[in-house]
Design a binder for this molecule. Structure first.
Ligand code: F3S
Length: 394
């Protein structure tokens, strides 16, 4: 792989230990994927933030880099394992909290913005069409590639951080136009009536296609919330990092000629909804996977106004969207209902299973997928059904 003189110097350690380590990671990655060179990135989203996933080994790795490393480009952070301020209210143990705060401290020393959200594109990290970025949150990767038209591979925690510390990433995969063309057509023959229908379709297609690039036909309109939940579902049941929607997404013009075709009908929709619904009465309700948009806060404010929640109810969103919700008057009725804003975190990366909950109601197929892997039972519901479940007596 070709390196510029500046990159050679970084590799030789002239920029310090952390930069050298980062460059070693990128060069190794570039060799594996046969990249011709490194390309400059305009932003980074780092995943691997929850102490639940990082453990002590991850914390040690970060602390070592934080001794002399520094982010060279705008770098934002995925959700942590708890609210950074209200962790006690969430029932998080002191031991977990102390470790989690050490992780955050290391990222802060590295110059990473402590944004703690999986929707960085709603909270100030907004790449433009055609820009190279290095993002590590799978739902945000699919959203950025597909909806924005920015270019990123699905980075792991170390490779995203390496991109941040050097401002570069290897040029391969979805950074190259020819690799962004669709590989499978999906004829959508059922009307998708809610974001949860988009989530169910994403879950089905992700599981079926696994790591291709679907080209959806037959979808006339899709709101931001539909696209973010579709992105998350495609990337959870499968490894999909990009999709196109005919007439809607910016690179759909790359075409879908003579592709293998898949159909998504009422049958697949019903079967997927049913697959994502276990038996059992929910004792925990959580919405905002990926983190809520302002529009979702507006809907929740309307639904919860004048009502009381009767079981634990988390509304996961970024501090930035919460701030916008405060200004717009949406946060007050949500908080007055007894629902809790889960800022900086979410129902998947927080140690929910240790908090004693057994059955989770959520409007996210991605959350269903991961929570079920942790041994919890799940119920995929619409936002309205989640509120009805949370406020139901008995
Ligand atoms: Fe975000 Fe957590 Fe879902 S990180 S996409 S809310 S699993």
């Amino acid at each position: 792989m070709h390196l510029t003189r500046e990159e050679e110097e970084m590799l030789a350690g002239e920029g310090g230990h952390a930069t050298q380590k980062a460059m070693q990671i990128l060069v190794a990655l570039g060799k594996i994927y046969d990249a011709e060179k490194l390309v400059r990135v305009s932003s980074v989203q780092v995943s691997g933030v929850s102490y639940k996933n990082l453990g002590d080994a991850g914390l040690e790795f970060l602390s070592e880099l934080a001794k002399d490393g520094r982010a060279l480009v705008k770098t934002t952070l995925n959700p942590a394992g708890m609210s950074l301020t209200d962790w006690e209210l969430q029932g998080i143990t002191r031991r977990f909290a102390e470790k989690q705060l050490q992780v955050i401290d290391a990222y802060a020393k590295l110059g990473v913005e402590i944004s703690c959200t999986c929707t960085p594109y709603l909270a100030g990290n907004e790449p433009r069409f055609g820009q190279h970025i290095a993002w590590g949150e799978s739902s945000a990767v699919a959203y950025a590639n597909s909806v924005i038209g920015a270019r990123t591979n699905r980075e792991g925690g170390p490779s995203a951080l390496a991109a941040s510390l050097t401002g570069r990433t290897p040029l391969y995969g979805l950074h190259i136009r020819r690799n962004r063309v669709p590989t499978v057509a999906v004829d959508v023959e059922v009307q998708l009536r809610s974001s949860e229908d988009f989530a169910a379709m994403g879950y089905f297609v992700g599981k079926t296609v696994n790591d291709g690039i679907p080209y959806f036909k037959g979808i006339e309109r899709a709101a931001l919330e539909d696209l973010k939940t579709l992105s998350a579902a495609l990337a959870s049941s499968g490894g999909i990092a990009m999709f196109h929607i005919e007439g809607l997404t910016p690179e759909a013009g790359l075409g879908a000629r003579s592709l293998e075709a898949l159909t998504f009908t009422r049958k697949e929709l019903t079967e997927t909804h049913s697959f994502l619904n276990d038996d059992g009465t929910p004792d925990f309700v959580s919405v905002g996977c990926p983190h809520c948009s302002l529009t979702e806060l507006a809907s929740l404010a309307k639904l919860l106004s004048g009502r009381r929640v009767r079981r634990e109810f988390w509304v996961c969103c970024s501090r930035e969207v919460k701030r916008q919700g405060d200004e717009a008057g949406y946060s007050k009725p949500i908080e007055e209902s007894g629902a809790k804003f889960a800022l900086d975190t979410c129902m998947v990366v927080a140690p929910v299973e240790e908090l004693g909950y057994r059955v989770v109601a959520t409007n996210s197929a991605k959350a269903c997928h991961y929570l079920r892997n942790e041994g919890l039972k799940v119920r995929l519901m619409t936002l309205e059904e989640c509120v009805a479940e949370a406020t139901r007596s008995g």
